[in-house]
Structures are given as structure tokens and as C-alpha cells.
Design a protein around this ligand. Structure first.
Ligand code: 26V
Length: 811
């Protein structure tokens, strides 16, 4: 039932009075924000409670989505939209002269993830709730999320993201559902009177895991699920004995050691770190989560034999792999299962998604470190490996190299991906191309053994967030033209195609884009002190900074334009605004150099009156979920220019397309499927294809230095970087491209793909100058974006992998 503004006002006032002792007139903005959120939380809790009976029924399966990262962003606007209460609250707040937009702006992002992988997890939770399925996320309640990025003198500086100071409003502590997690210690063999050996774990350290639950609404849905975030704490707050002896710091050491586990998110996206703290983080949230599942299952079932009928446990990349040995441990050590029956149930429970083929991002733990921190898990992984080796010997008796490649433990390392593939009933990649690469390369041996294990589920996005919430004008136009059905069924966006020759619709699309560009231009003025031309092409590359994503290729093109303009100041040129947003891992030197290059180039262009009205570079600080909600609606060109074969999928590409930006990209990740959805005429493709990259790698003859000898433009760009941009020289970048041989220089083929990219950029300009053609392309992209809905992805997971369905369909 719908709420009236009057009723909401009463509720908000009640919260203000009871929680803060304030009347609306003298409440602060923060207090009003909290009061509003509390009112919404109550409504969500009611929905949540209504589903508990169904959710706890063991014959109704639910998915548990395990992920070290979730990136929900802000929740207020999303929850109001999902509950259909945006207007009612807007009206209620207007009664106090409060603008709801200001409350939206107040909310910090919950940034418990690095980028695509974490945001995908949050998009999927939204879809699970929207499809009225039962499913919960489980992760860590990091006190500090992804760092905030400041640009100081053209360099990235990281500061702590203290999101809980206001973001805690969405968290419900469930103290009574806390769990104990045991670290370290040693194993002892004990024989009982029947002659059976049992392993006893002694002298371990105990850490307490406290659940902080975030309720997850779906659009127009009766189901509210939870994202359970575990916070670590110690059972002992202070050692009074040590304190009495005057050892004050030491008396609190235990507590600090426990609390550091959930202190901060690792910001080293896709860079192996071999750190003890990361192992501890993984085991901490996995052990707490698995214990909770087992306990909850036993509340409704006699034993664990039917565990896999109740739960589908999904592993988001290898970070939660310990769920496999931990479940084995609980089944065997705590519930007396034999290896075979435990293994049978565990392998029917677990499925795994791989999100990268980059070797440095494939987790491998030093075996001795792992054994020291988690002795019992180590002994279980060793046994899995031993049995797996026997299978491998049978399957590949004459292929020792292959067997070594597939081993779980090898050269003193535990390879988490191989453990995942061994123990999962299903393994998937995140785009058609990526899944092919998994089958043909990364997991080829496993594919030969068990081909049916492998499948693809192309990524999808919570499209209502980036369309209906972030771009309300576009959303309203679509609703006017095609009806509201697209909000439930994204494939109905295709209805727009009926208007591809309707000049008035194309004009309205253009004017909506213009309004959104003006909003972003205002933001840029306030944050970068740069005045951008709203009639210039807004060319956008927003994503984490990685060499393989090739922000450098984009910068090469800008430097090339700059060189041309300096040589020929009279040259006619369609004005362009190149917009970047990217965080670099704090210790990733080359990534930080590239940010520095972008910032110095931005300043250099701005200084030069001969070029600044035609080309501009804007580096937006602190790219985040909230910022993306402003950028996507204003974007016209979507830069998706990774080296073919490296970007598993990409999801920003989908958000930009949905907002009418046209993809300028390589045949990589989900770009291939964008191409299939819109056709060659509605995007700009360039660069080597995977097969060509493979061939270049095999030949080992690539010499970027030779290219620069034969191409004056490339030589000039390298010279510009060497001599200095805004008085800063970038020799380390130049050297990484040109020195070294046999694949050591320019490993991502920036220089090899440059000419092709430049030609594609010329095609972009030509297309843009034909306004009608451009708007038609833009419309085709919006219309074709339906398949990239997370609802579609989650339906595929539910049907083909998890074996779950809407809870109301199976009543
Ligand atoms: C790896 C590591 C390694 C250890 C240190 C911390 C850390 C943090 C994250 C990762 C994961 C890298 C994998 C990843 O983020 N993959 C991205 O997944 C997106 C969702 O499927 C996909 O769209 C992107 O193409 C893919 O790069």
C-alpha cells in the first residue's frame, strides 16, 4: 500500500524526537537524513520479516553470494525508487522546506569494493531482490572502504574513506548472531575407543564476527534480502593482568589484532600481494558465513545431507575460495561426516565465477604461510590436491606439464583458481569471449576433463540505477514513447527502435543529452576550475587505472591532436572534451605515472590559448559509484579500449551504452556482445583481435621502437613526453614503451594499435558532425542495451547454475 506524505511526516518527526530529541525546525541535515533513513529501514524490515518463513524453508533454495567486495554506492535514492516512495518522501520533506536532492548528496557511498567486480556483486543483489528470489550477499564490514582520491599538483593522493560516520544508518547489528572464528594454533591427533582418529585443534586465537546487515530492496518487489557484512572484534577487550603490570599497549594488543581484520579494504585491485592480513580477512568472513549457513540449516533440517538443496553458495572470483575447505572442515570435524560424503555435498553446493585472466591477479598463497595461519584448512587442501593428482594421472597419464599446470599445490604455492575449478559444479566466465578464453587457455585441461562444468554468463548491470535514477529525463522520454514496461523488462527498451527515423524523438534525445552535459559541465567548473564547451564531444574513459585498459592509448591520441594543432594552428577541428576518471592502486607506479601524465596534459592544454577551445582534458577526482551516476548520462563517446583478450567483460561499457554513448572499442570482453547487439554501424571498432594479439605474442618480434622509427606522429608523441608536458618529463612511461625486447616493452601494444585507434577517432568526429546520424546511433545503443540487464544475468545464474526461482512462483 502507498504512504501519504502526511503519514511520512509523522514518522519522520517521531524518529527525530526519539533518536535525537529534536523538532524538525532545529534538526541538522544529518539528523533529518538519519531520521528519513530510519523510517525507510522500518518499512524494509517489515517486508523482510514477511518473507522469513518462506526463506527459511529448506526446500526453498537460496543463493549465498560470497564476495570480498560489494560496491552498493548510496542507498537512499535507490531504496525510495525501489519501494515506489520517491514522490511521497519528496513531498513530505518539502513540508520542512527540505529538498530531497540535498539529502541524496549528503549520503556517502558504501565503497566496499575496488571496481567492476564489487559493483557487479551489488548489481546482482539488486536483481535477486527485484526478481523476488531469495539470496544474500556475505562480505566484510570494512571500516574504511576504497580510498578517496585527491589530485594534488597533478598526482594522486589517497585519503581514508570513513564511510560509517553516516553510512552506518543502513546497517542493522545482529549481536545475537555473532560467530567465533579460530586462527593459528596446532593440530593434534586423538584416537577414540573405536579406534577412530580425530583431529583436535588447540591453542588457536579466537576472533568474534559480528553481523551488520544491510537490507537489499528490489524494484516493485515483495522480497527484501540482506547483505551481511561481518565486523571483527576480540572476545577480550583488555588483558587486566598485563595492564596491572604496566604493560598498557600490550594489554590491548589482542583486541587490536582482531579489529584490524575488518579495518580496511585492500585497494590493490588485480595485484597479488601475498599478505597475511588478506588471508586472515578471507578466512574470517568465510568461516563466520559458513558457520551461519550450517547453523541455520540445522534449524530446519535434521542433518546436513540436504544442505545443497537449501543453499547454492557462489564464489565471486577466488577470494572466497576458503569456503570449500572450511565447509569440508565443518562437515568432517564438527559433524562427523566422512570425506566422500562431505565432498559430495560440498561440490554440489559450490559454483565459481572467474573475473580475470591477468596472471598477477590469480591468487596464489605461499603454502607455509597458509599452513601457519590455517593449519586445519591446509591439511584439507593437501588432501583435495592429493586426490585430484590421482584423477589427473588417470586423465592425462602422458602429460606431465599439463598435470603440473592443473595442480592445486605446486612449487610451494596454493593456487586458488585450480582449487575452485576442482571443487565447483559449475565455472563461468563473464562474457562470451572471456568464457572461450577460460575453456581454451586458462582452464583448458579442466575443460578437457569436465567440459560440461564450463559455461558463460555475460555480466549485466542494475540498469534502473543508471537509467531511471541517474537519468530521469531519458527515462521519462522512454516511458512516454514505449510505456513503463521497460522498468521490469529491459528487453522492452528495443521498442525505441520504432523511433529511429522520428526527427522529433531524435531531437529530444539530443536535448536531454545536452541538459545532462550542462550538469556535468557545472560540476567540472566547480571541481576542476575548467570551463568546458557543452557543444564539444564528451569523450569518456572512466574505470580503474590499469596498463591493460590502455588509458595511455587515449592520451596518445590527445597528445597527437595537440601536436597537430601546434603545427597547424588554423586546423579545423570538432571541439572535444576528454573526460577521465580513474583510481590507481597506491603502490602501482606506472598507473600513477599515467594519472600524472593526464593531469599535466590537462594543464598544458588549458594554458595554451591556441588549443584550449578545441581540445580539453578533464581528470575527475575520486571516480566512484555516485560520480558515475553523473557522468554516464552526459557521455557521448564510451572509451573501451583494452588490449583484446585482457578485459574479462567490463560493465561501464554497458552503463554508457544505456545512456546513449557510442562505444569506441576493441573486440574485447562484452564489447563483442555490444557489437552483436547494435551492429557495426552503431559503434566504432578498432585494433587487433585476440587471435592477432596471440600471434604477435607467439612470434615475439614486436618492436615498438621500429614503429616509432616509421611513424613520425608516434615519434613526436614520445618526444613530447620525454621533453616534458607542463614541464614534467615522463621518461619512465617512454622507457616502458620502447626499451627492453621480447615482449618486455609495450606489453599491451599501445603503439601497435595507435594508427587504428586514430582512424576510429576520425570516424567518431565525422559521425558526430552528422547530427541526425549520431542521434540515430545513440538511440540504437539505448534500444540495444536491454540484454545487459543484471535481471537477465541473474535469471541465467538462477536457472542454469543455482537452481533457484522466484519464491512466490514455487509457493
Ligand atoms: C584481485 C585482487 C588480487 C589480490 C589483491 C586484491 C585484488 C582485488 C581484486 C582482484 C580482482 C580482479 C578481477 C576483477 O576485478 N575483474 C573485473 O571483473 C569485472 C566484473 O566481472 C569485469 O567487468 C572486469 O572486466 C574485470 O576486470
Amino acid at each position: 500500500e502507498k504512504f501519504l506524505a502526511k503519514e511520512l511526516i509523522e514518522r519522520i518527526e517521531g524518529k527525530l524526537q526519539r533518536n535525537f530529541g529534536r523538532e524538525p525546525e532545529d534538526a541538522t541535515k544529518q539528523q533529518i537524513f538519519r531520521a528519513v533513513c530510519l523510517v525507510i529501514r522500518d518499512m524494509m524490515s517489515e517486508l523482510w520479516l514477511e518473507n522469513q518463513e518462506i526463506l527459511n524453508d529448506p526446500v526453498k533454495k537460496q543463493v549465498i553470494y560470497l564476495s570480498m567486495e560489494f560496491l552498493p554506492g548510496a542507498s537512499l535514492r535507490n531504496n525510495l525508487f525501489n519501494l515506489g516512495l520517491s514522490e511521497a518522501f519528496q513531498e513530505a520533506l518539502a513540508a520542512y522546506g527540505q529538498n530531497i536532492e540535498e539529502l541524496y548528496e549528503l549520503e556517502p557511498d558504501a565503497g566496499l569494493g575496488n571496481g567492476g567486480l564489487g559493483r557487479l556483486a551489488s548489481c546482482y543483489l539488486d536483481a535477486v531482490s527485484s526478481l523476488e528470489m531469495a539470496g544474500h550477499g556475505m562480505s566484510i564490514c570494512y571500516e574504511y572502504g576504497i580510498f578517496k582520491q585527491k589530485i594534488q599538483d597533478g598526482n594522486q593522493v589517497e585519503t581514508a574513506d570513513d564511510w560509517l560516520s553516516l553510512g552506518d544508518i543502513w546497517l542493522i547489528e545482529k549481536e545475537d548472531e555473532k560467530e567465533e572464528v579460530h586462527f593459528g594454533g596446532k593440530l593434534e591427533e586423538v584416537w577414540d575407543d573405536t579406534g577412530k582418529m580425530k583431529l583436535i585443534h588447540r591453542d588457536y586465537t579466537t576472533v568474534i564476527a559480528i553481523p551488520k546487515d544491510m537490507l537489499i530492496t528490489g524494484f516493485d518487489s515483495r522480497v527484501v534480502n540482506t547483505l551481511r557484512l561481518w565486523q571483527s572484534t576480540s572476545p577480550i577487550s583488555i588483558d587486566m593482568g598485563l595492564f596491572a603490570k604496566g604493560e598498557y599497549l600490550k594489554s590491548m594488543e589482542e583486541k587490536h589484532k582482531a579489529e584490524v581484520i575488518s579495518k580496511i579494504l585492500y585497494p590493490e585491485d588485480a595485484h597479488e600481494e601475498g599478505k597475511m592480513l588478506r588471508i586472515n580477512q578471507q578466512y574470517f568472513f568465510i568461516s563466520a558465513s559458513m558457520h551461519t549457513l550450517v547453523k541455520n540449516h540445522l534449524k530446519v533440517s535434521e542433518n546436513l545431507d540436504d544442505f545443497h538443496h537449501h543453499y547454492a553458495v557462489h564464489i565471486n572470483d577466488t577470494h572466497p575460495t576458503m569456503a570449500i575447505p572450511e565447509l569440508m572442515r565443518i562437515f568432517m570435524d564438527e559433524y562427523d561426516y566422512e570425506w566422500e560424503s562431505a565432498w559430495d555435498i560440498v561440490t554440489k553446493t559450490i559454483s565459481y565465477t572467474n573475473h580475470t585472466v591477468m596472471p598477477e591477479a590469480l591468487e596464489q598463497w605461499p603454502e607455509n604461510l597458509f599452513a601457519k595461519l590455517l593449519p586445519r584448512l591446509h591439511s584439507i587442501v593437501k588432501e583435495i590436491d592429493r586426490r585430484q593428482n590421482a584423477n589427473l594421472l588417470k586423465a592425462f597419464p602422458d602429460e606431465e606439464a599439463l598435470r603440473n599446470e592443473m595442480a592445486i599445490i605446486h612449487n610451494g604455492k596454493l593456487r586458488m583458481a585450480n582449487l575452485c575449478v576442482t571443487a565447483s559444479h559449475t565455472v563461468n566466465g563473464v562474457s562470451a569471449l572471456h568464457s572461450t578464453i577460460l575453456r581454451e587457455k586458462l582452464f583448458h585441461g579442466f575443460y578437457r576433463m569436465t567440459p560440461d562444468k564450463f559455461t558463460n554468463v555475460t555480466n549485466g548491470i542494475a540498469y534502473r540505477r543508471w537509467l531511471c535514477q541517474a537519468n530521469p529525463k531519458l527515462s521519462e522520454l522512454i516511458e512516454e514513447l514505449c510505456g513503463p514496461g521497460f522498468k521490469k523488462d529491459a528487453s522492452e527498451l528495443a521498442g525505441l527502435l520504432a523511433y529511429q527515423d522520428d526527427a522529433s524523438v531524435l531531437e529530444r534525445l539530443r536535448s536531454i543529452k545536452k541538459e545532462n552535459k550542462l550538469i556535468l559541465a557545472e560540476y567540472i567548473k566547480n571541481h576542476n576550475n575548467i570551463i568546458v564547451n557543452p557543444d564539444s564531444i564528451f569523450d569518456v574513459q572512466v574505470k580503474r587505472l590499469h596498463e591493460y585498459k590502455r588509458q595511455l592509448l587515449n592520451l596518445f591520441h590527445i597528445m597527437d591532436l595537440y601536436n597537430q594543432l601546434r603545427e597547424n594552428p588554423q586546423m579545423e577541428m570538432q571541439p572535444r572534451t576528454f573526460i577521465f576518471g580513474a583510481k590507481a592502486a597506491a603502490g602501482y607506479y606506472m598507473a600513477k605515472q599515467i594519472i600524472r601524465l593526464a593531469c599535466q596534459l590537462s594543464a598544458q592544454l588549458e594554458k595554451d590559448p591556441a588549443v584550449r577551445d578545441r581540445i580539453k582534458l578533464v581528470f575527475l577526482e575520486n571516480y566512484s559509484v555516485s560520480l558515475s551516476e553523473m557522468i554516464m548520462p552526459a557521455a557521448e563517446v564510451s572509451e573501451q579500449i583494452s588490449l583484446a583478450g585482457k578485459e574479462a567483460s567490463g560493465t561501464g561499457n554497458m552503463k554508457l551504452m544505456l545512456n546513449g554513448a557510442i562505444t569506441l572499442g576493441t573486440m574485447d570482453g562484452a564489447n563483442v556482445e555490444i557489437y552483436e547487439a547494435v551492429g557495426r554501424e552503431n559503434m566504432f571498432l578498432f585494433g587487433m583481435q585476440v587471435e592477432e594479439v596471440d600471434q604477435m605474442n607467439q612470434e615475439g618480434l614486436y618492436s615498438p621502437w621500429c614503429y616509432s622509427q616509421g611513424n613520425a606522429n608516434i615519434a613526436n608523441i614520445l618526444e613530447l613526453m620525454s621533453k616534458g608536458i607542463n614541464d614534467v618529463s615522463f621518461m619512465d612511461i617512454v622507457n616502458s614503451l620502447t626499451t627492453g625486447f621480447n615482449g618486455a616493452s609495450d606489453p599491451y601494444y599501445v603503439i601497435a594499435d595507435f594508427e587504428s585507434y586514430k582512424q576510429a577517432q576520425k570516424n567518431v568526429t565525422a559521425a558526430y558532425q552528422d547530427i541526425n546520424r549520431w542521434q540515430k546511433m545513440s538511440l540504437a545503443n539505448i534500444a540495444g542495451a536491454g540484454i545487459f540487464s543484471a535481471d537477465r544475468s541473474v535469471k541465467e545464474y538462477a536457472e542454469r547454475i543455482w537452481g533457484i526461482d522466484s519464491i512466490y512462483d514455487i509457493l
